[in-house]
Design a protein around this ligand. Structure first.
Ligand code: C5P
Length: 240
């Protein structure tokens, strides 16, 4: 696990570039300018034509890239995949929180400085889905178990629902990074997120960084929406 360093307010917001094409993404990044420093690229954009080249170009332009590829495969494949993805210059990468996969991820990173994040349990899963997939534990216990295993494996951070941040922070090492999606500014549409928190609430619950997509992507003025979220982040940090 890397030593957790104090974060600047601008390092707290991760904008999910959930857009269909590289051109759409470039247009948005240009429009947003300096307001956002970290962009998340997931399946949709990463696997679109030119997705990984875009990641590399944004790194060259001084942005940080979060590759949300949620890797899980045999150890050799995970390690080698991470070596290849590291060449993009990305700063963050997600893998599923299976102990074998996490160990392979850490091996694949080697001496590189990629921040490795563990996805404990998908937030689309409930207890019925977990049972259907063959797990004896309910989602709450599965999340807690995997959070502990991620710490023991030396992972740098966890992706968890904002609503779980407080509980997880209480049971695991304080120095692991907690990154939370499901963030909605007051009055924003929840969309398909079932357990949401505002940026200020999530930070106060122990989240270190917030992943936000549609409240910015769907806004009439995405730059203004991002600025308002940054204002809320700044306010939450100064009143903490
Ligand atoms: O648009 P919205 O703010 O809901 O986007 C949230 C982002 O976080 C999406 O890219 C989604 O894939 C990601 N995510 C999530 N829940 C998780 C893990 C990742 O919503 N448990």
């Amino acid at each position: 696990m890397k030593k957790k360093t104090p974060l600047e307010p601008k390092d707290r917001l991760i904008l999910a570039l959930d857009l269909p094409s590289v051109n759409d993404a470039r247009y948005l990044v240009d429009k947003i300018g300096e307001t956002v420093s970290i962009y998340k690229i997931g399946y949709r954009l990463g696997y679109a034509a030119g997705g990984l080249e875009l990641a590399q170009q944004l790194v060259e332009q001084g942005k940080q890239i979060f590759l949300d590829f949620k890797l899980h495969d045999i150890p050799q494949t995970v390690s080698q995949g991470i070596k290849s993805l590291s060449r993009t210059g990305a700063s963050f990468l997600t893998v599923h929180a299976y102990p074998q996969t996490m160990r392979a991820a850490i091996k694949g990173r080697g001496a590189g400085d990629l921040t490795l994040l563990a996805v404990t349990a998908l937030t689309s899963y409930d207890d019925t889905d977990a049972a259907e997939a063959g797990y004896a534990l309910n989602i709450h216990d599965l999340t807690a178990r995997r959070a502990r295993q991620a710490c023991e494996s030396g992972m740098d951070g966890l992706i968890i629902a904002a609503t779980e941040a407080k509980d997880i922070r209480a049971i695991i090492a304080p120095h692991i990074e907690l990154i939370t999606p499901g963030i909605r500014p007051f009055g924003a549409l929840a969309n398909d997120q079932k357990q949401t928190m505002t940026p200020g609430e999530a930070l106060k619950a122990g989240a270190d960084r917030l992943v936000i997509g549609r409240p910015i992507l769907s806004a009439n003025d995405p730059k203004e929406a991002a600025k308002q979220i940054m204002d809320e982040i700044n306010e939450a940090l100064t009143t903490a």
